[in-house]
Write a new protein. Structure first.
Length: 448
């Protein structure tokens, strides 16, 4: 998922890590209609090429150490690692012919289906060990599965929540949730904002990371959970009409629109840390800054329940095999090593994101039972995938379709318009028409 905080580093990086995409991706109609990528097993020996996005220094170092350790641990396979600047990464893969892609490459979660559609990723289960696949969390496997086939796994995941300032909440006499089971309803959340307003000098009590812009991937990642929690979806059975603009979705975003009166524009990115607001709608990546600023006054709360249960976005950077790789066996050996406990621990310690393997997640100081960010682990333990969004599940994968770029662009533009005062029904209906028109033009982006 690439997004970032500070100014929206929703990648695995806001000083932490979260990977949401700022997609420069376009839907390239193409090879997906005829075939899919398939890595040849090869000899299991020799040099393999690996591409990764260039992130924070400590993340880069963790990955470089993983490669160095793998290369020195055996003599059959050598990894040739290439870093590509993050802002250019997805574009580079998009514009590179499938035959010229590396044996192993990183991808941002929502780009997966598009790369599969264009034969740029190959299924990995024939080349990665069953132990590696079995140790992956269900949520990260949901992100990596398209058409029933597993194309990628990640070292870390992501999640959303509301950070609260306990001191300010208590001063306003507000009872707040202790976990997923007692999440605020949308009405209770609105009531809490109103109570806080009465105690606030300027009446601004909420941060939604507005400074990064809602007409970006942050808009989709951060606020599509409102649609899902209301019982709607961005697309259903390949159609946006009746899903993204359903009565429940319209009503939920009308409520979201009403919250603007309580929102601090947060132009200095410090509204919550400096105590100007009591609540901040953001993700796990802000924990280091917020915990440093508030200490024991920091509480972590789930997003509001709009009737279908509290929901969160999930997904982050993942790893897969190039669709034309001639050495899948060697690539699989490297992925097995990359996703072992030592490397996943090192990377998630570097970026602070939820580990995407069961063994590391269970012992993470931040995410283990009793840890300060346990809520995020609890949410990811109840994955929905991208289609079966029920009352009981929590972590929803953004639509796994090659048409995701148009979905996110249309939704976040509609969201931004609604936040600015546009009629929710009209804005969402317009988005639905544009999405469905694009899908019709591309035969629904159906995989073979």
């Amino acid at each position: 998922m690439i997004l970032r905080s500070r100014k929206h580093r929703h990648t695995a990086r806001a000083g932490l890590a979260l990977s949401l995409p700022l997609l420069a991706l376009t839907a390239c109609g193409g090879g997906g209609a005829d075939s899919t990528g398939s890595a040849e097993a090869g000899s299991g020996k020799g040099t393999i090429s690996v591409w990764a996005h260039q992130g924070q220094k400590n993340e880069n170092a963790a990955l470089q150490n993983a490669v160095k350790s793998f290369n020195s641990s055996q003599g059959n396979v050598k990894v040739d690692l290439r870093f590509i600047p993050e802002n250019d990464y997805t574009k580079t893969i998009t514009t590179t012919d499938a035959s010229a892609l590396p044996d192993v490459m990183e991808f941002d979660g929502p780009t997966l289906a598009n790369f599969v559609y264009n034969n740029k990723l190959a299924p990995i289960t024939s080349h990665v060990s069953s132990t590696t696949v079995g140790n992956a969390t269900d949520a990260i496997k949901a992100q990596g599965t398209v058409g029933g086939k597993l194309y990628g796994l990640g070292m870390f995941d992501s999640g959303l929540g509301i950070y609260g300032n306990k001191k300010l909440l208590d001063a306003a006499g507000i009872k707040y949730p202790t976990g997923l089971d007692d999440a605020w309803t949308a009405q209770e959340f609105t009531a809490a904002l109103e109570k806080l307003k009465a105690k606030d000098p300027d009446g601004k009590t909420l941060d939604i990371q507005e400074q990064g812009g809602l007409a970006t991937e942050w808009g989709t990642y951060g606020f599509s959970p409102i649609i899902w929690s209301a019982g709607g979806s961005l697309v259903k059975n390949g159609k946006a009409a009746g899903a993204i603009d359903s009565p429940a979705a319209v009503s939920a975003l009308k409520t979201f629109q009403s919250w603007k009166a309580y929102v601090d524009p947060n132009t200095d990115a410090n509204a919550f840390g400096k105590g100007r607001v009591a609540l901040s709608w953001t993700g796990h990546w802000m924990y280091p800054d917020y915990s440093k600023a508030l200490g024991s006054d920091l509480v972590v709360l789930p997003l509001p329940n709009f009737g279908g249960g509290s929901k969160t976005g999930q997904g982050s950077w993942g790893w897969g095999m190039g669709g034309a790789s001639k050495n899948g066996k060697a690539a699989g050996a490297f992925l097995d090593a990359l996703l072992n406990d030592a490397n996943v621990t090192a990377l998630t310690k570097a970026n602070g994101a939820p580990p995407a393997t069961k063994t590391v997640l269970a012992k993470s100081p931040l995410y283990k039972p009793g840890g300060p960010l346990r809520l995020y682990a609890d949410q990811l333990a109840k994955p929905c995938g991208d289609t079966d969004i029920t009352q009981q599940c929590v972590a929803v994968t953004r639509p796994l379709t090659a048409g995701y770029p148009v979905i996110t662009a249309q939704f976040n533009q509609a969201l931004n318009a609604i936040y600015g005062g546009a009629d929710p029904q009209s804005a969402l209906a317009k988005a639905a028409r544009a999405i469905d028109r694009d899908f019709a033009d591309n035969s629904g982006y159906k995989l073979p």
